[in-house]
Each structure stands twice: as C-alpha cells, then as structure tokens.
Write a new protein. Structure first.
Length: 324
C-alpha cells in the first residue's frame, strides 16, 4: 500500500495538463499500433515490418522521455546529454575527420560535458557563449598545436558544426527545464519541453502523411526526393494550428508571440530535416546509424529538433519568459 500511495502522490504532484498530454500521446501510439495490426491482417502479402518497428521504437522513446520529464530537471538534463552524446558520436563517426585529430575528438566530448554542466549549474550566460565562442576558438587552436595543416579549415568547420548542432542546439531543450515556476507555466517547465517535442515530431509526421496523400511537386529533389510542397504546406498548416490551439495549455505564450511561434516553428523543423538530408548526401549515407529500429540513428530522429529547440527557446525568452 505504501508503494501505491507513493505512486499516487507522485502523479498527483505533476501538472494535470502534462499528464493529459502524455496520455494523449499514448493513445495515439495505441491507435497507430492497432492500425498496423489491422493492415498486417488485411494485407498479409505486404511487408509492414518497418512500420511495426517504427511504432515499437516510438513506444520506447516516449516511455524514456516521459519518465525523464516526470522525474524532474536532473533526469531530463541527463537524458538530453545522452542524446547529444549519441548524436555527436554518430556525426563524428561519419564526418571526414583526420586520424591525427583524435585529441580534438576527445576535446569535443569534453566540451559536451562542460556545456551540460553549465545547464545543470543553471549558468545561462556561460552556456550561451561556451560552444559558439570558446569551443569555436579552442578546438582549432588545439588542432594547430597538433601540427597538422592538411584539410585544417574543413576539419575545424566540421567539428564546430557538429558541436553546435548536436550539443548546443539540443541543449536549449534541456535548459527549458531550469525555467522557474515564477514564469507562470501552465504545465510546469516539463510542459515546455513536452510541447516542443510534441510539435516537432507532429510536424515531421504531418509532412510525411500529407506528402504521401497529396504530394505531387518536389520541393528539393536533389537533397530530399520525398519532400513535396504539398507535404510541407500541409504539415505547416496542421502544426501551426496545433501550436495555436494547444500552445496556451503548455506554455505562457499568447497573442502575437504565440502566432510567431505557430508560423516559425514548423518552418524550422522542415529546415532541420532538409539540412541534415544534405549533410547525409554529402557524406554518402542514408541514415546516421541503426541505433533506433525503423528510424535510423539518433541524429536522424533529432534532425528537426536541432533547429526547433533553439528557435522555440529564444521565442519563449522573447515573448513569455522572464528568466532568460
């Protein structure tokens, strides 16, 4: 009975809106699983294995992220640090890094630890400049001290792009957990992060669905052949409406601030997806890894988030949050 009482007390302490949002995601995944089961039974001649893998992976990802959000900022920051580590490892394993730059690779991972250390210590100003300024200057200096100049500029730019994308940008999502309740958060700091993740992934799914149903005109055929104008515009409209109607339930945004987020965030998600597609085409791979069955790598799953997280954070800071 003590365990049951503790569980009840734990959930009673959570913002009701956050619990409803998580329950809604679970319901959607249940519907998706049922649809996959029905399709497999009705059309046994078609292979729905990848679809089932994708849904199963979503269950795992949702469970892990929901658990982190409910357990508080410490666990959420740790979870995002792990995501950043896996994304950076995937990127550095694929990027054309020179063998002599192994000390710089170690320095990049140490920069990741330092960046998330600033989040844990709630040192926003240090976090804000550490990677864009000091890692940007320090890593090329370290590479120069190693005495190798072959491909120096390209390699330095590759390190910086990987750190900004995989660590700095994703870290803004984690930093939202340090928002105090004094900023009048309707679903707590975890609600801010939940809504960012919900909207980003909904945008990806909506663009895919509209593209499959209505897609006719390619939007960037040499970069991402499956992207269409119909999918982009349909996903943009659907995601914008979701932000407009659900945003006040999870964030302190309202009025023109909410409108700006509703218009800009789906665009950022699309930009992240296409940009990462260009990077993968340059490297010559389809997926950054096979870490997530049915989805590819962690960076494949987080590509849109690398663009939406910093934009969402700074628009919140501009229009609604007093802390940042």
């Amino acid at each position: 009975m003590d365990i049951v009482a503790a569980v009840r007390a734990f959930f009673a302490a959570q913002p009701p809106t956050l619990l409803i949002g998580l329950a809604g995601v679970v319901a959607l995944l249940s519907v998706a699983g049922a649809i996959a089961t029905v399709l497999t039974a009705l059309k046994p001649d078609r292979d729905y294995r990848e679809l089932r893998q994708r849904i199963a992976s979503w269950w795992v990802m949702v469970a892990l992220l929901a658990g982190a959000l409910l357990l508080g900022w410490q666990v959420t920051v740790l979870a995002f640090a792990l995501v950043s580590f896996m994304a950076l490892r995937e990127f550095l394993s694929l990027a054309p890094i020179r063998k002599e730059d192994r000390p710089a690779i170690l320095a990049a991972y140490l920069a990741l630890v330092a960046a998330y250390g600033f989040i844990a210590a709630d040192k926003y100003m240090f976090y804000l400049v550490f990677i864009p300024v000091w890692a940007f200057l320090g890593l090329p200096f370290l590479m120069a001290m190693l005495g190798q100049t072959r491909g120096f500029l390209t390699t330095a730019a590759t390190f910086h792009w990987g750190l900004v994308t995989c660590v700095y940008n994703l870290g803004f999502a984690a930093f939202l957990m340090r928002t105090p309740d004094s900023d009048r958060l309707p679903a707590g700091a975890a609600g801010l992060v939940f809504f960012l993740l919900l909207v980003t992934e909904f945008n990806d799914v909506a663009q895919y669905v509209f593209g499959k149903l209505l897609g006719r005109h390619k939007i960037a055929p040499t970069v991402s052949p499956n992207k269409t104008w119909e999918g982009f515009l349909g996903g943009w409209l659907a995601t914008g409406l979701l932000i407009w109607f659900a945003g006040p339930l999870f964030t302190p945004l309202a009025g023109h601030g909410l409108l700006v987020v509703a218009v800009a965030l789906p665009l950022a998600g699309f930009a992240g997806d296409v940009t990462m597609s260009a990077v993968k085409r340059d490297i010559g791979v389809k997926d950054t890894s096979h870490a997530i069955p049915g989805h590819g790598g962690v960076l494949d799953r987080a590509d849109s988030l690398t663009f939406t997280a910093p934009l969402y954070f700074h628009l919140l800071a501009l229009f609604a949050l007093g802390k940042f």
